[in-house]
Design a protein around this ligand. Structure first.
Ligand SMILES: Nc1ncnc2c1ncn2[C@@H]1O[C@H](COP(=O)(O)OP(=O)(O)OP(=O)(O)O)[C@@H](O)[C@H]1O
Ligand SMILES: [Mg+2]
Length: 317
């Protein structure tokens, strides 16, 4: 077995909202007890509804934020404030919005060279330029694109620049936070194919965040399903798509249009609103919306069972 490049244990993040009603602070439990491992060359997808903590996880792993508890290591080194600088080149992030994430005043070449300018003072300007030009080619852009500004590119091309910039420091882990959600359907598959191709060539590990299960089906090796900040089902893509153990995963999958007719399911309509992470229901957090819920579910929170295809449910399939 290869050594995992990313190991997360019980990652937990909270935000304090100051002075709510009656001046009381409220705690947003954005992420609770996320544990997983990721190996080189593999893709771990993180799925779940809006607000379930996907980007919070991304911000912790990329050291944009410090988690309130839990830990993770990158390429064998435990991430702690003292090691962050050294680890920052090991993990890089690509965001959803290729318009907002590129500086409109920088030319494509400068955008690609900037990470080197900041982190690799040992490299000469010529060497930086050489590497940026090489990257243009790697992400499927043309030499003449080096001098162009972001507004002169299409959305898909901009996302290629963002991926190229993330790869300039030769990271081992790429966190992709909804990398194709802002793109047209036809462009989505081009970018997904580019990511698959880069992964094969460079042995990259991807933490791939998406609310779109049809995209996940295309790229993932393993899947974590999150609900209200917690992993509720974890398994290989094949297992998760073939038979869901947690009722929430079943509902989520039934709501995704699938091209493959064997995967089409009768739609399960969830009743009730998604609760707020400020006020997470007692017992199983999914129990107020679950058609299988019993008294036990409303009282005791189920932990992920210790199986390869794990579910946090008292009555899993
Ligand atoms: N800085 C913050 N302060 C307070 N609450 C926050 C902060 N950042 C995120 N949250 C809250 O934490 C929860 C998780 O947010 P997060 O951005 O991780 O969700 P997400 O799964 O990425 O959602 P989406 O699919 O919409 O991107 C949400 O309820 C969000 O409002
Ligand atoms: Mg998000």
């Amino acid at each position: 077995m290869t050594e995992p490049v990313l190991v997360a244990e019980n990652l937990t993040q909270e935000y304090v909202l100051k002075g709510g009603l009656f001046g009381q602070d409220r705690v947003v439990r954005a992420l609770t007890g996320a544990s997983f491992t990721l190996e080189a060359g593999k893709t771990l997808a993180v799925v779940g509804e809006s607000g379930c903590g996907k980007s919070t996880l991304a911000r912790c792993i990329t050291m944009i934020e410090e988690p309130v508890s839990g830990s993770f290591s990158l390429d064998g080194t435990l991430a702690a404030p003292g090691t962050h600088d050294a680890l920052r080149t090991t993990v890089q992030i690509v965001f959803q919005d290729p318009y907002g994430s590129l500086n409109p005043r920088q030319r494509c070449g400068q955008i690609l060279e900037e990470p080197l300018l900041i982190n690799r003072p040992d490299l000469s300007p010529d060497e930086r330029t050489r590497r940026a030009r090489e990257m243009l080619d790697l992400v499927g852009l043309r030499p003449e694109h080096y001098d162009r500004y972001p507004h002169m590119f299409s959305g898909g091309q901009r996302q290629r620049i963002a991926v190229g910039r993330a790869l300039m420091l030769e990271p081992k882990v790429l966190v992709l936070d909804e990398p194709v959600s802002a793109l047209d359907l036809s462009i989505q598959s081009q970018i997904l194919n580019l990511l698959v191709d880069l992964q094969e060539r460079l042995g990259l590990a991807y933490l791939f965040i998406s609310h779109d299960l049809s995209v996940v089906k295309h790229v993932a090796d393993d899947v974590i399903v999150m609900y209200l900040g917690r992993p509720v089902e974890v398994g290989s893509k094949e297992e998760i798509f073939a038979h869901q153990r947690h009722p929430y995963t079943k509902a989520l999958l039934s709501a995704t249009p699938m091209a493959d007719p064997t995967l089409r399911k009768e739609r399960i309509k969830l009743t009730g609103e998604l609760p707020s992470p400020v006020d997470i229901p007692p017992g199983c957090p999914f129990s107020p919306r679950c058609w299988k819920a019993q008294d036990k579910c409303r009282q005791e929170r189920p932990e992920l069972d210790a199986t390869a295809h794990a579910a946090a449910c008292h009555f899993p399939e």
